[in-house]
Design a protein around this ligand. Sequence first.
Ligand SMILES: Cc1ncc(COP(=O)(O)O)c(C=O)c1O
Length: 394
Amino acid sequence: MRELSDRTANFTDSVIRRMTRIANRYGAVNLSQGFPDFDPPREITDRLSEVAKSGPHQYALTWGAKNFREALARKYEHFSGINIDPESEIVVTCGSTEAMMAAMMSITNPKDKVVIFSPFYENYGADTILSGAEPIYVPLVPPEFNFDREVLEEAFRQGAKALILCNPSNPCGKVFTYDELMIIAELAKKYDAYVITDEVYEHIVYEPNRHIYMASLPGMRERTIVCNSLSKTYSITGWRLGYVIANKKITDRVKKVHDFLTVGAAAPLMEAAVTGLLFDDSYYDELKAHYTHMKELFVGGLKSLGLRFTEPQGAYYVLVDVSEFGVKDDVRFCEWMAEYVGVAAVPGSSFFKEDVHNLIRFHYAKKDDTLIEALKRLATLREKALNAVDVDWR
Ligand SMILES: Cc1ncc(COP(=O)(O)O)c(C=O)c1O
């Protein structure tokens, strides 16, 4: 038989999804893959029941149902202050995952360079491979996860055509400040590059941090491609509703890529999700309060266990430093922890380009009971880890 494609030959399994399988095998509390174990808002699921009877059940317009785009445009304008034309500047996709792939395919040619901050959300690596682009990694240095302006400029000097900005960041919980965003914006303009943003955690930001939309900065509207989704904001990760917002010249391309990739997002789910897009500010205030509560419960628990971590500013992940246990292989450590401590995390090395093996990522978008159970089990971590003999992670 002839060889399969070179392009996909070096793909590894998603480490995150693998940790979920391992968690299931050992009955571990799964704090690896980032999805809530609580229900979406009642209003949205009630509307879904109605839509099941009334439809629509056939293909929507390929770039998204009109009422969905109109509601989204209003919501986006409300929070970002940016006016967008729902007819020409939005493409509804199957999750932000497709949005990012369609954006990359629309912006880059094979061998074009794309700047990615490291640590990074693992899909970006695959997105660059699939689109043929070449990543240039710029470190966000732990524990503060700051970047060096000079290192970033050097990446642009190498001819980068685009930069991917995950803000708020998965996995490190960083929320980029105005000054940091201005540095990125100035460099993007100076070197005539695009910025592709991933803003799926825009509403999960902890006080006193603020989410600033890259597209709202001076001169950035026309060179920013926003990738976003409803997955995290409305706790509907399984609905696969995402979108691209950009100027018409860019969305014209994205529409075509999207049409050939997936034809369109699910029509009944778009119809039901309009209910969420029309929520008023109180929904987003409550969402933020809920996540702040989960963060304080879990991260506060980690603190009282004496574990070291960087306080998240946004999103719902925390990177914990496990170097005190002598961890050399974080992948095996996470497997061991799922089996012997009963909590699953993601090995930090899967997010870093650099050789980092002392961090593991937990997510805390979970019910109180789930987080309390995880903390109870983690209370045994130090003793078990320090006393573990013949382990292959040290
Ligand atoms: C930073 C980031 N972007 C994108 C996604 C995927 O979003 P979607 O469900 O919209 O495809 C995730 C999911 O964890 C994420 O953390």
